[in-house]
Design a protein around this ligand. Structure first.
Ligand SMILES: Nc1ncnc2c1ncn2[C@@H]1O[C@H](COP(=O)(O)OP(=O)(O)OP(=O)(O)O)[C@@H](O)[C@H]1O
Ligand SMILES: [Mg+2]
Length: 478
């Protein structure tokens, strides 16, 4: 039995659409918010932005078979926060070998592209990707390279605060705002003028190493100090224990957004150490004070730029727009109100701070035309196939009936690394041909065999796309 999912190939086929036809209203340039701790994808559906289900944690780990798995909660061996490493040359140890940061980032982008394609039911080649405004040329270049490895045309690298500003949108008149975007790993702030016709960035500042991950680390250090005092052991050198405490710290930190106090529960850290560590909101605020002050110093720098170039000072900022999960810390909102001399109601948090940037990316993406193909160097396809061959097969798409292995049909199964673009039609074709006498569907059989052979030989992109399209057309014609 087939399970229909709106927006998938099978659903569209049930509506009579040809397999190669794009979805009617969806705009096929996606918006990607590539965060330090989580990623999201959005797409314009003709009237509004849709966030594609399946937000992914920005982690690259491995399953028990040693295959790469993207988006799982942080495991000890997983790589997290690669966004902060982009632009550097420090190799990353993972799966017993070393990777370049852009390759780890490419795993994330490959998975996001796959999810978008599974949702839309058609190939996606183009994206607008968010980047910290503080990112320099090396980070931006590395991100473009990672996108190339994922076979994505980058239509624009969109600065985080601009994405947030676009998502907030305009009032009926031009207003001056400060955007304060504190996520998991990076901090961005901009002074912007948002009007019905334009968004103008007046000044920007930020920090590639300031965010909620740092807050978690401060709680970890606090917990380790408490354990030293109580149990007279230093567990700080054990990365597994640190990881356990970090995970608990992140959960309890979130609780402090609504509770005055919480407790870190850390049973059986070692054979002799089990502990509970109380943590008050006040103590947490004292810990993060230097980081929060640092963020306000960046706001001051953004204001100085706005003042120097546009004559816009602190007093002209009418409201502060919050983006990024770490702005859920209530004390940060209080500090901002104090800094700008604004009422609490002018520190705007009425849109989900996690979704702003991906919404903005999707809105900007809608301004670009989708390309029929990946436009980067054909040589990147083999690098892409190599990375994809390392990745675990995504859970079988429920719309595709996976046929039982057909003994003696002589047909090769589509390889696991079949590009997501053509995987559904390859599976369907295989299913059809495996169940048909050898003399039937000759043209389809030829198209299928050529396509599978090309993949196995890591064919250059253009011919692969042509072969895939031919296969899809042949399938529809049969
Ligand atoms: N209720 C909360 N209280 C405190 N922190 C929170 C809360 N909810 C989420 N966070 C923190 O927000 C951070 C994630 O925010 P977000 O998803 O905006 O970051 P990101 O986009 O992945 O990273 P970045 O934009 O910095 O690259 C994490 O550090 C998380 O712990
Ligand atoms: Mg972010």
């Amino acid at each position: 039995m087939l399970v229909w999912r709106p927006g998938t190939t099978a659903h569209r086929r049930s509506q009579g659409a040809a397999l190669t036809e794009p979805l009617s209203a969806f705009h096929l340039v996606i918006g990607i918010d590539l965060g330090t701790t989580s990623c999201a994808v959005s797409v314009w559906d003709g009237s509004k932005i849709v966030i594609i289900p399946g937000i992914v944690a920005s982690t690259v780990g491995q399953n028990q078979a040693g295959q790469v798995v993207v988006g799982q909660p942080v495991a000890e061996s997983a790589v997290a926060g690669v966004k902060r490493e982009l632009g550097g040359d420090k190799p990353i140890r993972f799966r017993g070998r070393t990777y370049h940061p852009r390759e780890i980032c490419a795993f994330l982008l490959i998975e996001l592209k796959r999810q978008a394609e599974a949702f839309l039911g058609v190939p996606v080649h183009d994206a607008v990707i968010t980047v910290s405004a503080a990112a320099g040329e090396p980070q931006r270049r590395a991100l473009r390279e990672a996108a190339g490895l994922a076979q994505l045309n980058v239509r624009r690298l969109l600065d985080d605060p601009v994405a947030a500003a676009v998502a907030w949108g305009a009032d009926e008149r031009v207003r001056t705002y400060a955007i304060y975007d504190l996520g998991g790993g990076t901090f961005d702030t901009s002074i912007v003028r948002i009007g019905p016709d334009a968004i103008e960035v007046l000044g920007t500042a930020g920090d590639l190493h300031l965010g909620g991950d740092d807050f978690d680390e401060l709680i970890v250090e606090y917990a380790l100090r408490q354990i030293r005092l109580r149990h007279h052991v230093d567990l700080g050198q054990d990365e597994r224990i640190r990881q356990r405490i970090r995970r608990e710290a992140e959960i309890r930190k979130r609780e402090l957004a609504t509770a005055e106090s919480t407790t870190l529960e850390l049973p059986q850290l070692t054979a002799t150490v089990s502990t509970s560590i109380p943590l008050t909101r006040r103590a947490f605020e004292a810990m993060i004070e230097p980081d929060v002050q640092r963020s306000l110093d960046h706001v001051t720098a953004a204001l100085a730029a706005a003042e120097a170039v546009h004559g816009v000072g602190r007093g002209e900022v009418e409201q502060v727009l919050l983006a990024g999960g770490s702005t859920r810390v209530p004390w940060i909102r209080d500090r901002l109100a104090g800094y700008f001399g604004l009422a609490p109601g002018d520190i705007r948090a009425d849109l989900d701070p996690d979704e702003l940037n991906v919404r903005g990316a999707g809105l900007i993406a809608q301004e670009y035309d989708p390309a029929p193909l990946f436009e980067g160097s054909p040589g990147l396809l083999s690098a892409n196939l190599r990375l994809r061959a390392e990745m675990a097969d995504p859970a079988a798409d429920p719309v595709v009936p996976v046929p039982p292995a057909s003994a003696g049909s002589g047909l090769p199964r589509p390889p696991a690394e079949t590009p997501a673009d053509f995987r559904p039609v390859a599976e369907l074709t295989h299913s059809l041909l495996a169940g048909s006498p050898a003399g039937e569907h000759a043209a389809l059989r030829t198209a299928y065999t050529a396509f599978v052979a090309a993949i196995l030989a890591a064919a250059p992109d253009a011919s692969l796309a042509e072969l895939g399209s031919a296969l899809a057309a042949e399938y529809d014609r049969r």
